[in-house]
Design a protein around this ligand. Structure first.
Ligand code: FAD
Length: 317
């Protein structure tokens, strides 16, 4: 059986990246000729039985106040029990922030091989070879998992969500839940209205913006496009923007449908986190900026002139 970890967002809905993992897990189960099931730990507001339309027959739900806020250690221990009780042989996560934290812990607990950052369904005719991107997206590797239980985390935006019909049976799973070592006293939304990892469109700013006081023009465009906000590392290091917006080799890795880079030079360490974007638009006053080599569309010009016009044009659409 293939068990898919379903990540719940702060609003109680299933995260888009988990819907991708659900589709992926259901298709993998079909390929293996086994059932696909899901597991939900955080409190969800949406009707979980409706997740059957993504191809899962059953949803295991653990109801416990200690699971309200994501805690990788607590979650890993509960998920290990879910795997043992359900008899799952493959566990699928999204390789999003939560998946990155919990999948390796589950892998260590179960002594199960893990491939993080899968980009396609595994080749299962002779073994279990999972394709993943390596060297910051410059190459692919096929990694064979040989342990009885196998864990895969799927890169966000690497797999298309597919809906069919059907409902899932929702069952309560009895599990021992530890009290988290970290007590959450308040939850604050740090920045842009659209969470970066879930955003279809991302507007990103670099040192070219000169200072935090100029971010308003970037926020205007992001609002019009319903986009998430990101930034280069020096911008976060200088505290112009919070660190959760920093993308690149040492920051978040994102793969939106559209990435708009404003006043960012395009250093290789920055590209490492954004080069899986489907379409890249670069706005830079220096025609020789390296980012233009990775761009699908480029505007050579002063961002302080270009950006307001860009936003105005978007408003007219
Ligand atoms: P700059 O390189 O200073 O570029 C600013 C750009 O803005 C220039 O191209 C300039 O032409 C343009 N510009 C200036 N004024 C205007 C204007 N008025 N209108 C239009 N364009 C304008 N960086 C990351 O981003 N993410 C990482 O994860 C990361 N990890 C790193 C890890 C290591 C080990 C190292 C060594 C470096 C890492 N870096 C990372 C840093 C990276 O090498 C670059 O230094 C950084 O990405 C540059 O940020 P920037 O493009 O905002 O700034």
């Amino acid at each position: 059986m293939v068990l898919i970890f379903i990540d719940i967002a702060e609003d109680g809905n299933v995260k888009k990246s988990s819907l991708e993992a659900l589709t992926y897990g259901a298709q993998l189960a079909k390929q293996l000729g086994v059932e696909a099931q899901g597991v939900v730990l955080a409190p969800a507001t949406e009707d979980l039985s409706a997740l059957g339309k993504y191809g899962v027959s059953k949803i295991h739900q653990v109801k416990n106040d200690s699971l309200k806020y994501f805690d990788a250690q607590v979650y890993a221990k509960v998920l290990a029990q879910a795997v043992e009780q359900s008899g799952a042989t493959v566990v699928v996560f999204s390789n999003n922030t939560d998946g990155k934290a919990v999948a390796p812990r589950l892998s260590a607990r179960l002594k199960a091989g893990l491939v993080a950052g899968a980009v396609a369904l595994p080749e299962t005719s002779n073994g279990f070879a999972v394709k993943k991107s390596v060297f910051s997206g410059k190459a692919f590797a096929n990694v064979n998992i040989t342990t009885p239980v196998k864990i895969i985390s799927l890169n966000p935006n690497a797999f298309k969500i597919e809906e069919g019909t059907g409902t899932a049976e929702v069952v309560e799973l009895n599990a021992t839940v530890d009290a988290p070592k970290v007590k959450v006293t308040a939850v604050k939304k740090q920045s842009g209205e659209v969470p970066l990892a879930e955003a279809e469109i991302v507007v990103s700013g670099g040192r070219g913006l000169k200072g935090p006081e100029n971010w308003g023009i970037l926020e205007d465009l992001a609002r019009e496009l319903h986009a998430g906000l990101a930034c280069s590392r020096p911008v976060a290091d200088a505290h112009w923007r919070p660190h959760n917006e920093h993308v690149g080799q040492t920051g978040g890795a994102i793969a939106p449908n559209l990435y708009i880079a404003v006043g960012i030079s395009g250093a290789i360490q920055h590209l490492a986190g954004v080069n899986r974007s489907k379409v890249i638009v670069v706005i830079n006053k220096d025609a020789e900026a390296p980012f233009f080599k990775a761009a699908d569309y480029g505007i050579v010009g002063d961002l302080f002139e270009v950006l307001p016009k860009f936003t105005e044009a978007v408003k007219q659409l």
